[in-house]
Design a protein around this ligand. Structure first.
Ligand code: BF8
Ligand code: SF4
Length: 634
């Protein structure tokens, strides 16, 4: 069969160009223009060799000035900056997780929020030695959420979820002194260590980067994921659509953007309210269309099939369609540019969190207690704004692909059960997957994650790398903006099996899956950690031995660096297409990339590889996967 014609990156770029013409008509600014204004970037910043942590500085390291005023050398400065970057990401993800724990605490029968997956709640309670027998589910939810919240500040012990990792991993974390304690403590300690006159020894700073990252991946993010599932349901495979063509010129278009499903779930709910739909019809629309951007999009796509309008660098495009009645945001990855941009159109830019306040927005403070009321007010505001649309500015690019999303670990397990059941009387095991890799039908797996970054042609690295890996029988698990890049390009549709090598194609047919599995938002990279742990355990090997690597080809955020640290600490080699701001120190660089004899590789059995050439990055990943296979003798 001829491969299905999928939308190309050139077609997506042409659509963006056309939207920028609308922008020019109304005098809108754009990230494309701002990138030009900011180029070239500051070289000191790029290399991580500028220190601003005390007011004797800022100090910049040059051959003539090899030390800051306090005497700190370039290695200390770069390592401190790297740790601060990590701590920013860890704090952000973990605070998102904390908000979810608070939402769990607000659940009650008939309330704004309820427990949608009681089985999962009971499973976690049992794991945490909380009595479950005969208890009211809400009573249990409240105790579990209180216990979870204590993980942020408990005075003693390490994170409860670490026990989910294979024994060998837990021993590595203990041996290296990087098993994370209370989440807030790891972030605080990172700031303390990097204060003027504290640590300047790269080894100590980088070990804290690993520990702080682990407190995110195996602490805050993991709680964010697990309790989002308890609250809103554990994702199961669902069909949806992706790219700007999901917006509808005849409907009220509401875009949800950000990260916390506590907001987006409510907006989705009230957009289906008959009263709101009737109101939409009364203002001349055919109905209400909710679509997502960034991680919020992943959250609502995988639980409700809500279409994905786009990823990080497409957020301005949704406004440029002229058909966006409201862009409703909570926290993280929201361009402040949306304020002035929305003023060029009729779009309401609605901020909802005290954590992300922005000029030129309408602020409707959202909290678990007033969620229903406020979500309804937001939907109403969007609907009433339909009449202010300027038809002459409306242009929605006709590009849209189908995608199957929602592969939680539970869903993957279930899929594997259906494949093996006719032959083997075992369920709940990753063994069928392991057998596919051992036999060589699949060569291995890549966890591709992360953002867009204008340093890289938007989505190009994601899409090109995915195609290359699929051809080489490497299965992909995705999250974050990488997931939307794949969905926009049609790579999450089951038809994408035509792009795969013979082995992977066969697996997709047998299991009835797309070759690129959607695992959710960025906090859901914690799902990938569980998946890797389960595979290692069912295979009887340690995680670094699995022919599996991580990749963030277009990453940009502090969160991405925190993720990188915990993914590597979990034992998964990670490939980056954008350089961390750490190249100014040979010592730090070697420790991160495994070049020296003392660093990430020696401590945790995995390291970063940085390569900005997309072709070479793909080759390096394939090479690493093949090396791991050879080491296993398969
Ligand atoms: O947390 S992939 S641009 S949206 S940081 Fe942001 Fe990056 Fe997208 Fe989600 Ni993750
Ligand atoms: Fe300069 Fe040292 Fe102060 Fe950094 S801590 S700004 S290197 S004096």
């Amino acid at each position: 069969m001829e491969p299905k014609k999928l939308v190309t990156i050139e077609e997506m770029e042409a659509a963006t160009e056309r939207l920028l013409e609308t922008g020019a008509l109304v005098g809108a600014d754009s990230w494309q223009q701002r990138v030009k204004n900011q180029t070239p970037h500051c070289k000191f910043g790029e290399e991580g060799i500028c220190c601003r942590i005390c007011s004797m500085g800022p100090c910049r390291i040059t051959p003539k000035a090899p030390r800051g005023i306090c005497g700190c050398d370039v290695h200390g400065i770069v390592a401190r900056n790297f740790l601060r970057f990590t701590a920013g990401g860890s704090a952000t993800h973990s605070d998102h997780g904390r908000e979810i724990c608070h939402t769990l605490h607000e659940t009650r029968e008939g309330g704004n929020y309820t427990v949608k997956d009681p089985e999962k709640l009971i499973r976690i309670a049992t794991e945490w030695d909380i009595p479950t027998e005969g208890r009211d589910i809400y009573d249990l939810a409240h105790e579990v959420s209180e216990t979870a919240l204590l993980e942020y500040g408990k005075p003693f012990g390490t994170q409860r979820f670490l026990k989910r990792a294979p024994k060998e991993r837990q021993e590595v974390w203990e041996r290296e002194g990087i098993a994370p304690r209370a989440i807030d403590r790891e972030v605080s300690q990172a700031l303390h260590m990097t204060h003027m006159g504290c640590s300047s020894l790269p080894e100590a700073l980088l070990k804290q980067s690993l520990r702080c990252g682990l407190s995110d991946g195996w602490g805050g993010s993991m709680m964010g994921t697990e309790f989002s599932d308890v609250l809103f349901g554990t994702p199961k495979p669902l069909d949806t659509t992706a790219n700007l063509g999901v917006m509808d010129k005849d409907m009220v278009n509401i875009i949800v953007h950000g990260h916390d499903p506590s907001l987006s779930e409510m907006v989705v709910f009230y957009a289906q309210d008959p009263e709101m739909i009737a109101l939409a019809k009364s203002v001349g629309a055919k109905g209400i269309n909710v679509a997502g951007v960034c991680c919020t999009s992943n959250e609502v796509a995988m639980r409700h099939g809500i279409p994905m309008a786009g990823n990080f660098l497409q957020q301005e495009n949704v406004v440029l369609t002229g058909a966006c009645e409201a862009i409703v945001v909570d926290v993280q990855c929201i361009f402040p540019a949306l304020g002035p941009l929305s003023k060029c159109f009729h779009t309401k830019f609605i901020t909802t969190s005290n954590i992300a306040r922005m000029p030129d927005s309408e602020f409707i403070q959202f909290s678990p207690e007033n969620a229903g009321e406020n979500a309804k007010a937001i939907v109403k505001m969007a609907v009433e704004n339909f009449k202010n649309r300027k038809p002459e500015l409306v242009y929605i690019p006709d590009i849209k692909e189908t995608a199957t999303v929602g592969y939680s670990v539970e869903a993957i397990e279930k899929t594997l059960d259906t494949v093996t059941n006719p032959f083997v009387d075992v369920t709940g095991t990753m063994k069928p997957l392991v057998e596919c890799v051992e036999s060589g039908v699949l060569r291995g797996a890549v966890a591709m994650v992360g953002c867009n970054n204008p340093r890289v042609r938007a989505d190009y690295a994601h899409i090109e790398l995915m195609k290359k890996l699929l051809k080489n029988d490497i299965i992909l698990v995705l999250s974050g903006c990488s997931a939307q890049a794949a969905a926009k390009a049609g790579l999450m549709s089951k038809d994408a099996k035509e792009l795969c090598g013979a082995g992977l194609k066969r697996v997709c047919e047998l299991a009835d899956i797309p070759p690129v599995l959607h695992m959710g938002s960025c906090v859901d990279i914690s799902r990938m950690m569980i998946l890797a742990s389960r595979i290692a355990e069912d295979w009887g090997i340690d995680i670094p031995q699995i022919p599996l690597v991580g990749c963030a080809p277009e990453w940009m955020s502090e969160k991405a660096v925190s993720i990188g640290n915990y993914v590597v600490a979990t034992g998964i080699d990670t490939f980056l297409g954008v350089s961390p701001q750490a190249s100014g120190s040979s010592q730090v660089w070697d420790m991160l990339t495994g070049a020296g004899d003392n660093g990430y590789k020696q401590w945790v059995g995995a390291n970063f590889t940085v390569e900005t050439d997309v072709e070479k990055l793909g080759d390096l990943m394939i090479q690493r996967i093949e090396e791991k296979r050879a080491a296993l003798g398969i």
